[in-house]
Design a protein around this ligand. Structure first.
Ligand code: F0G
Length: 362
């Protein structure tokens, strides 16, 4: 094998036989997937929890979120089918990913985002990758409807998770977990917005059920202010600090309920302050910086562990869907005034710096 062949290219090449591609499909890849499964040591110890707990850090994908797994497949197939433009509605990460993969493929991308409700890092990405950014005076759900309507009148391929290739790509995260653990975990916890990702994971676990020898209980966590799965129907005005999952009308509604039923899992909701507390906990005690929506999985798992809903002695994987750098505003905002996280202004001289160190060592 030459050095080039040995280099990791991305998940289409790695899992070609499990994906709807043939030997000649030209993969549009950016080295996505192959993300670390990190065992949490400090948090369970500090909380006295008997658990084998991991985070699958999907924030380490090329554009900083799990969307790259699905986008790689969606754009690969769009190009194979001769499409010259893609479109999506997005709370941010899908737009960043779509823009990047379109740039890589040399096609156009159009993204609809809710005005004022998208994290700065995500907007910066969509702009830098050359997407046509349409900011709408409405939320994600309104944008999604507009995308469906406009795609009937224009030659564009929808790359939201209603595009079946998206879920095909995203199912590979389950393959990687089985490869890393030698089996599926007992529980798999994810943040839920449109519920595409939880559905994709379940597809992956089912496809590799034989070699894994088991399937996990799938648990989906929502933000309390946008929790249609808890309300049993759409939420008209979803609100949450976790803007990535500020979704009131999930596109994979039926699929998600099948996952819940087949896996014996459940949905639950967390308040914004619980979500942010978990984000800080991961950053401060494990060195893992994820965006607020991602921390929902860990916040939920810890709460259910403490309550005994998830029994002691089990293995749990929590998906961290996006990188913390996506949303620097929220990170800085919540660090203000917290012990040990404040920025201290000092004179540029040795004594002042020394004093600041000694004051903060205890
Ligand atoms: N976590 C993050 C960071 C997300 O960006 C999303 C979805 C989810 C979780 C939920 O995943 O929709 O498959 O249940 N973000 C979409 C977007 C909606 O436009 O970027 P899901």
């Amino acid at each position: 094998m030459s050095q080039t062949e040995q280099r990791y290219t991305g998940l289409v090449d790695r899992y070609r036989q499990y994906l709807p591609v043939d030997a000649h499909t030209p993969a549009v890849c950016l080295g996505e997937g192959n993300t670390p499964l990190i065992r949490l040591n400090n948090i369970p110890a500090a909380l006295g929890l008997d658990v084998e707990m991991y985070v699958k850090f999907e924030g380490l994908n090329p554009t900083g979120s799990f969307k790259d797994r699905g986008m790689c497949m969606a754009v690969t197939k769009a190009v194979e089918e001769g499409s010259e433009a893609i479109i999506c509605a997005s709370t941010g990460n899908t737009s960043a990913s779509a823009a990047a993969y379109a740039a890589r493929a040399g096609i156009r991308s159009f993204v609809l985002i809710p005005e004022g409700k998208i994290a700065m890092g995500k907007l910066a990405q969509a702009l830098m990758h050359g997407a046509v950014v349409l900011q709408i005076k409405g939320n994600f759900d309104a944008g999604m409807q507009l995308v469906k309507d406009v795609a009937e009148h224009a030659p564009v391929t929808i790359v939201n998770s209603i595009n079946p290739y998206r879920l095909q790509g995203q199912k590979t995260a389950a393959f990687e977990i089985i490869e890393a653990l030698g089996k599926a975990p007992d529980y798999h916890c994810l943040p839920v917005g449109n519920a595409g990702n939880i559905s994709a994971h379940w597809m992956g676990y089912r496809e590799w059920q034989e070699q894994a020898g088991n399937t996990p209980v799938m648990v989906g966590y929502q933000a309390a202010g946008s929790a249609p799965f808890m309300h049993g129907g759409p939420v008209e005005h979803p609100e949450t600090v976790a803007t990535a999952i500020r979704i009131g009308n999930p596109q994979s509604w039926d699929k998600a309920w099948v996952v819940q039923k087949e896996s014996g899992g459940w949905f639950d909701a967390l308040e914004d302050d619980e979500i942010l507390a978990a984000q800080r906990l991961l950053a401060k005690h494990e060195g893992v910086f994820c965006e607020p929506a991602s921390a929902t999985s860990v916040a939920g798992a810890l709460r259910d562990l403490k309550a005994g809903k998830i029994p002691a002695g089990k293995s749990i994987v929590c998906t961290l869907t996006g990188h913390g750098l996506k949303d620097p505003d929220i990170a800085i905002e919540q660090s203000k005034g917290e012990d040990g996280t404040k920025v201290i202004t000092v004179d540029a001289e040795l004594e002042a710096v020394k004093r600041a160190l000694l004051d903060n060592l205890g």
